[in-house]
Design a binder for this molecule. Sequence first.
Ligand code: G6P
Length: 614
Amino acid sequence: MCGIVGYIGKQQACPILLKGLHRLEYRGYDSAGVSMINNSGELNVFKAKGKVADLEAFLADKDISGTIGIAHTRWATHGVPCQVNAHPHFSSSGILSLIHNGIIENYASLKNKLIEKGYTFASETDTEVLVQLIEYYKLKYNSDLLSAVRRALTQVIGAYAIAVIDRENPDEIIAARKSSPLAVGLGDDEYFLASDATPLVEYTHKVVYLEDGEIAVINRHNGVHFMTIQGEEVDHEVSEINLDLGAIEKGGYSHFMLKEIFEQPDCLYNCMSGRINVDGTDVRFSSITDFGDKIVNARRFIIVACGTSWHAGLIGKSLIENFCRIPVEVAYASEFRYSNPVISEGDVVIAISQSGETADTLAAIELARKNGAFVYGIVNSVGSSIARCTHAGSYIHVGPEIGVASTKAFTGQVTVLTMLALCIAKERKTITNEELEKALKELLQIPDKIREVLEQNDNIASLSRTFTYAHNFIYLGRGYNYPVALEGALKLKEISYIHAEGYPAAEMKHGPIALIDAEMPVVVVATNKALYEKILSNIQEIKARQGRVIAVVVKGDDTISKVVDYVIELPETAEFLYPLLASIPLQLLAYHIAICKGKDVDQPRNLAKSVTVE
Ligand code: G6P
């Protein structure tokens, strides 16, 4: 949510900042801006409504010179997306400019105090309050920028990653973080700042991730120093960025989302390698070796997550309950954090997050830890906040996901949950060796089976044209496939803006059936052997009301195929693995319908990839 970039060094800052903004545009893209101090000591701020490309066009005839600068791409919280509300924000006298990701919760009271002192405000944002407050302290105490920032931050309640520059000191950027991510890249006599490592990787592999309540003083001559807001020096280990540039580029695909859908066979292979042995006879997790007593003997699991990760959590519940016979609850992190959860000894909280930065999930983890739970993270983004604040965990290893609608992270999360459930079941002896081997061998075949499903891309693209003008969609599934239906509906909503709902198939008759008519497409995931007849009856009920059915079936199924309007076939696999196959055509369906409607699939309206605010 909002992307931050900063640069100080010998090169011209603006091209580096703009490239960085492009890399971070998945975080928010309703307006963007840059601020540089030029060689004459002038502090320039340029902002534009719209995408980074709109900002670039706006900059064509501007003085964008300077070797120090900060830049921002916004996802609006306070105030509509427009040029005035875009960041960077100037302080009243024009000496400071500041960018911010997060929410200043007490901005209204701080603003009133500043208004009483004669300050006026151009924007509706909480961020402008912060830059004015810093200026107020700088002028009041005639202090340097660092002291003013520290004074201001002690007054602030909320979440922030900020960077601020001062016309009176063109050699320094001050940055700080609380609950919103911030990374400092260390080059040779040049330094970078960004919300994540993707803008840094072209220039350096050395990075320091700021912790909550820390400030970075980045000085052109003296290098970087870290301290707490209270002023205590902090020593940081430098981490290595393990990221390949190719992984954050489109690589010939028209969209990141399509690339990420097609990457899934390789991603899931990477996710399994090192965990399942090559002949598929055993599965191991280092975290279970290290923390087995907590995890294997858990009395109950509580899964907390948001969005697509929450859907993966629902599949995780079925997997863990079926294989390990341990009860599992799945909670929206945003609800859990404000609940009064009953957490007892032996409870393990599993937090699932692609970005590792979701504010609600972080808060849920904090609450769980406070209540004494052991917290296990399933995260994609290496070194992210959630990865760092859990007791143990597993990365899903699917590489950076840039398309805002999650695809490969979802199947990666489900793959980790599957392996985890099998590993715990093995330790608890709730699965026999033969059953384990059979399950692992089936799992190892999933990447190739996904490849087979992807071959239907063209068919799904032509099927999508039929549904371009649909206003509503229903998705149905049962058992393991019920969360697949929810996720399929979410994908369609997110990128095509078509209203879509997912239901457990049998619930249809308790309400949604009233919506069915010739205008209503219904996607039915019908791969369940156990409940086959029942799903067939649901399909008959839809057809009896003229609904148009797209069925996802197992290859060779000619019973359902005869009844429905359109069929998408999946290779046969074990019942618990169908979510990994069935999600693929639903991702493609959403993608192609959105393309037919001319929507921006990688950056859908109003959404952001990393939701670092409540
Ligand atoms: C946002 C994204 C979703 C994602 C959700 C949870 O809404 O647009 O794709 O599923 O956040 O994010 P996380 O990074 O915690 O998985």
